[in-house]
Structures are given as C-alpha cells and as structure tokens.
Design a binder for this molecule. Structure first.
Ligand SMILES: *[C@@H]1O[C@H](CO)[C@@H](O)[C@H](O)[C@H]1NC(C)=O
Ligand SMILES: *[C@@H]1O[C@H](CO)[C@@H](O)[C@H](O)[C@H]1NC(C)=O
Length: 211
C-alpha cells in the first residue's frame, strides 16, 4: 500500500512535468503564430492606410479668354495640363472623381470640369488635360480692378487650380473605400504686352495634395 502510495505521486509528477513541457512548447508556437499574424496585419493595415499621397504638378496653363460682360460676369477659357504621379511602389490608385476649376483670389473664375475616371498603376505618371470654361461666371465687381492692380504691381496674375476628387487605393487585389482628396496648384502668369492673350505659364510647379 505504502509503495503504491509513494509511486503514484511520483508518476503523477513526472507525467505533469512532461505535460507542462509539451504545453509550453505548444503555447510558444501558438503565441508566436498569433504575434506574427498580428504583426503582419499591422503591417498590412499600415501599408493600406498610409500610402504616400499622389503627386501633382502643373505642366502648362494657358488663358485664352478672360473677358468681362458686366463688371461681375466673366467669360473665361483656360487650357490646363497637369502631371499626375503615383509615387507608391505597391499601391495603385483609382481616381473615381476628378473635378478641376480655376480660381483667382478665392473666387472661382471657371466652372468645374470633370475628368473621366482613370486608374493609375504604381509609380506611373499621367498627363491630365482639362479645358476650363467660365460662361458668365459671377465674380466680385472688383475683378477688373484687382487684375489691373496685379498687372501694375507685380506684373503677374496669380491663379489657383484646384482639384477636388475621390480616390481608392488598390493593394494587390484588395481595394479600399473612397477617400476625398484636394489638390491645390498656384501659378504666376506673367502679363505680356496686355491686352494680348494668351497668358501662359509653363512650369513644373509642385501642387499640394491633401487627403
Ligand atoms: C475678349 O478679350 C480679347 C482679348 O482680351 C479680345 O481680343 C476679344 O475681342 C474679347 N472678346 C469679346 C467678345 O469681347
Ligand atoms: C460671354 O458669354 C456669353 C454667353 O456665351 C455671351 O453672350 C457674351 O457675349 C460673352 N461676353 C464676352 C465679353 O465675351
């Protein structure tokens, strides 16, 4: 009886020690698998949520018309070419919505022109051309005065080209939800021997992008 009594706990202890060893090994494998999974998920989420913003620059802008019908109704026509670049190595971009307009001192001088949706592969560069038109576009009645003042003081017309759009990121076969983005390009157009048009600007002005 006493022999059995003595052997039994020993046996149990051995078995327990063996089980613990096995359990620890399994636990180690489980934990490291979970840890690695979480780590790769975090990496994937980081990759998806923090792609580098697309880059835009102004390639060419030409004002073909800038005529006032009344002091506060403007007709305008501007030919614009932007360079669009997707700097990401692994992320493609779907541009679902892409509206461009021109503004002068915070006021729109053309209506919004819509560019048809396009896809930009990673590290791809595209030319985006738009014909911006204003037909009896309402502007402040000081418009002509402001333009003349710019001509007299700096000799340059400062215009903003703005893009308002929505994009989706593509990573592998996964496509994100839609994100709004805004691009702002500032250009300084030197007045020639006014009133001669077109006024044009050919520069590699970098535009700012916000998402
Ligand atoms: C518009 O302006 C241009 C130059 O500024 C001028 O040559 C042209 O006659 C104007 N057009 C109208 C309809 O006033
Ligand atoms: C502006 O456009 C309107 C409509 O197209 C036209 O009736 C008007 O004569 C134009 N004005 C100028 C100054 O070109």
């Amino acid at each position: 009886m006493s022999e059995i009594h003595e052997k039994s706990p020993k046996h149990c202890a051995n078995k327990k020690a063996f089980n613990f060893h096995n359990f620890n090994k399994k636990l180690y494998i489980y934990l490291s698998t979970i840890f690695l999974t979480i780590l790769s998920l975090i990496f994937l989420v980081w990759l998806i949520l923090h792609p580098t913003k697309p880059q835009f620059s102004l390639k060419e802008a030409e004002i073909n018309q800038l005529n006032l019908s009344t002091p506060s109704l403007l007709n305008s026509s501007i030919q614009l070419t932007l360079l669009s670049n997707n700097p990401n190595k692994k992320v493609g971009i779907y541009y679902d919505e892409f509206l461009i307009y021109a503004s002068y001192k915070g006021q729109k001088i053309t209506t919004e022109t819509s560019i048809s949706p396009f896809y930009e592969e990673h590290e791809e560069t595209n030319l985006v051309s738009a014909f911006l038109i204003g037909n009896l576009q309402p502007v402040a009645s000081t418009f002509a005065y402001e333009v003349q003042r710019d001509q007299g003081s700096t000799g340059k017309l400062v215009l903003n080209f703005k893009v308002m759009g929505r994009l989706r990121w593509k990573v592998g076969t996964w496509v994100s939800g839609r994100y709004r983005f805004v691009v702002n390009c500032v250009t300084f157009m030197p007045f020639g021997m006014l009133p001669s048009l077109p006024l044009s600007s050919r520069q590699g002005t970098q535009c700012s992008t916000t998402i």
